[in-house]
Design a protein around this ligand. Structure first.
Ligand SMILES: *Cc1c(COP(=O)(O)O)cnc(C)c1O
Ligand SMILES: [Zn+2]
Length: 434
């Protein structure tokens, strides 16, 4: 028996089948490859759902670790030796004040702003990708990143003892750059936008034999986002919501939440029901929203220009699949301006005590816009996905929040400041926006 066959006899591997082209259906071995040789379509991991139905119950999942690895049978890894840094199982919070403000009766917030270890949903996809990278024998791992992915790849590679080199656009927020460098990887700040970084990395992946989590390992990486679907279903008491709102960069996360719900329906973990899928983009980089609005089946690439850098992908790989899902589920894809994004960040912070980054501000602003347009029913159980942490994009809201009131260490100084603060209140920054 070869080494490879031995690892594939573990129980988890029994559920894994192949890589399959989403366009023409050609199947490939479970290697580090992501594009179909015949039609250039993207490859996706397939599973043996009969085996999953026999193996997995609500009880076996609930008895698993308090991380994404409780869903290991649905993830594309072959061994038990997974990289578990405690990623996943983030809070699903029942919204009170934001819900009331928007006029929604059953709003939930899936809060990946506190995902571990680097405070964005990317820790999910990277935990899966690096586990698979190690199984496939890679010693150097890499990525083309809009910021959060570099944070996750560098941190989890450090934990796993893998050599790491990441690529970012050179104009990223300071928090994202520092939050990568601290883990000690090589960091290449490329003078170009994400789409140029991505193109460069495709060339490097072909010649250097590195494991790029979102290029040659993309079929494995992307499956990690399914856990955002699984967790919401489990946290709602093994039920699906009526409507979800999530951000769109490449569109991968959005399509994989959908696949996650479908997986649970297929194996009987939840009852089948229609779930509406609505996507959020920043107007300054909204190729998917534009195509959706115009009823197109193809996405025309754009040049990004927005403060929402983490979702600024001008040429989104999964854009057409995201459009398809939004259409067939009777959802929507909307975009909002940078001013609305800042307002969304402030709104979530002030009503729910959650400080999200620009991507989360985009999602909250789109949620608001859809409610105001009557495109979300107040009685729908709606889940809004908050995917990143605001401490990493502080410059985005500089100038839009109040300054502290500097006082002398004396009671009368405090009292004067208190009086002044009551008249100023919150008007200052709001006026900047209007
Ligand atoms: C990467 C990212 C997304 C979206 O990613 P997809 O490419 O659409 O899967 C959303 N939010 C944040 C904070 C991100 O970093
Ligand atoms: Zn194909």
């Amino acid at each position: 028996m070869t080494q490879a066959t031995q690892t594939l006899t573990t129980s988890t591997a029994a559920t894994l089948k192949a890589l399959k082209c989403r366009e023409c259906g050609t199947e490939y071995e479970l290697k580090a490859t992501h594009v179909c040789e015949f039609c250039f379509g993207p490859l996706e991991v397939t599973y043996d759902y009969n085996a999953l139905r026999r193996m997995v119950t609500r009880e076996t999942i609930a008895a698993g670790p308090n991380s994404i690895w409780r869903y290991r049978s649905f993830l594309p890894v072959a061994t038990d030796n997974v990289i578990d840094v405690g990623t996943g199982m983030t809070p699903l919070v029942r919204s009170n004040r934001l819900a009331r403000r928007l006029g929604l009766n059953k709003l939930y917030i899936k809060n990946d702003a506190v995902n571990m270890p680097t405070l964005s949903f990317k820790d999910r996809v990277v935990s899966v990708a690096l586990t698979r990278a190690r199984e496939l024998g890679f010693s150097t791992v890499s990525c083309a990143s809009t910021g959060n992915l570099a944070n996750s790849t560098a941190a989890i590679a450090a934990y796993a003892g893998l050599d790491c080199c990441v690529f970012i656009p050179s104009d990223l927020e300071a928090g994202k750059v520092l939050g990568t460098l601290v883990y000690g990887p090589r960091v290449m700040a490329v003078q170009g936008n994400y789409d140029q970084v991505n193109r460069l990395c495709s060339e490097i992946a072909n010649t250097y034999g590195w494991g790029f989590v979102n290029i040659n390992l993309r079929p494995y990486y992307s499956e990690g986002s399914k856990t955002l679907g699984y967790e919401v279903a489990e946290q709602l008491g093994w039920q699906l919501p009526d409507h979800i709102v999530a951000p769109l960069a490449s569109g991968s996360l959005f399509t994989k939440i959908y696949k996650g719900f479908q997986d649970f329906i297929k194996v009987g973990l939840v009852d089948e029901k229609p779930v509406r899928f609505s996507g959020a983009q920043a107007e300054g980089c909204s190729p998917i929203a534009q195509a959706y609005r115009e009823g197109r089946d193809f996405v025309t690439p754009v040049k990004p220009n927005t403060i929402a850098k983490s979702i600024a992908i001008g040429n989104p790989a999964d854009g057409v699949y995201a459009i398809d899902i939004a259409r067939k589920t009777n959802g929507n894809i909307e975009s909002v301006t940078d001013a609305e994004i800042i307002e969304g960040m402030k709104l979530l912070a002030e009503t729910e005590g959650i400080f999200t980054e620009t991507a989360g501000g985009t999602t909250v602003a789109v949620l608001k816009k859809l409610v105001e347009a009557g495109k979300i029913d107040p009685d729908e159980t709606t889940v809004v996905y908050i995917t990143g942490n605001g401490l990493k994009t502080q410059e985005a809201i500089h100038g839009y929040i109040n300054q502290p009131l500097t006082i002398e260490p004396k009671l009368d100084s405090f009292e004067r400041a208190l009086e002044r603060s009551q008249t100023l209140d919150r008007l200052e920054w709001q006026q900047v926006l209007v």
